[in-house]
Design a protein around this ligand. Sequence first.
Ligand SMILES: [Ca+2]
Length: 314
Amino acid sequence: MSIPVIFDTDPGVDDAQAIALIMADPEIEVVGFTTTFGNVDIATATRNALLLSELAGQSIPVAQGAAAPLVKTPHPVPDWIHGADGLGNQQLPPVNGKPVELSAAEFIVAETRRRPGEITLVAVGPLGNLATALQLDPSLVDRVKRVVVMGGSIHKGGNVTPAAEANIFSDPHAAARVLTAKWPLTLVGLDVTHKTVIEPARMARIARAQGALGEVLEKSYAFYAEFYRGALGIDGCCPHDSVAVAWLRHPELFTSQRGYLSVVTEGPAEGLTLFAPEGRKYPDQRWQQGGLVDVCLDLDGVAAVDWMESVLTA
Ligand SMILES: [Ca+2]
């Protein structure tokens, strides 16, 4: 029994690693990629999703989505982290395929209508596509199997601001809608992604096993690792987006807690994710009005990365 997944992504170096992972894992069926602005502009995100699947010799539908945040003014793309091409500024081969006619949000609505109750949405970029899909068809909440979001931070502070994680900060209004919608949702944020590191030797083994795709992964990793070395003093980099995939396949490696999320959409804490544990009493109900979700708070990071390597080198 494979797990059908729509993978919502802004590739992005760590997105590319996660895309390789879900394509390599025989237990996951990739129904499609939906793309969003974020690490790169929308055209580059779509090009990269098409390219990565072609390099793996797979033909996976790509639906292009959000070009900008729902409300706020977009920030410049973080080309010092991911490169202007999203993949560490390398000579990329040409792309043959084209995106499907449907928008990302339309694709999510259509596929979940075709296969109600089966599809898991794994979102590893800003959340505009999921927010728009909810607006197109609010009954979507009853048709997805689960939503897994890589984003936010409960106890670890932010990574792009003192308060906010990048995906939530990029479109806090979309995140507020998605993280409070009444659907089964798991949040995989910095509390757990920062427990994982792909070290250079591990990346070299993965690259060797991944053929043409491995060359692109290795060059993009080298650029991204420079950022990590300078900014965080780590020899290696955190495969943030792959951790959402690890949760899907090995939830037993994670410690999570049930509760409610809220997202701060304005002011200096813009993009902050607030977590109110289930059963905790507060002076009023405003922090406990959304859907009940599972928030990951701890992870056996070495076991998670060992699993990623085992799939990518099989
Ligand atoms: Ca991403």
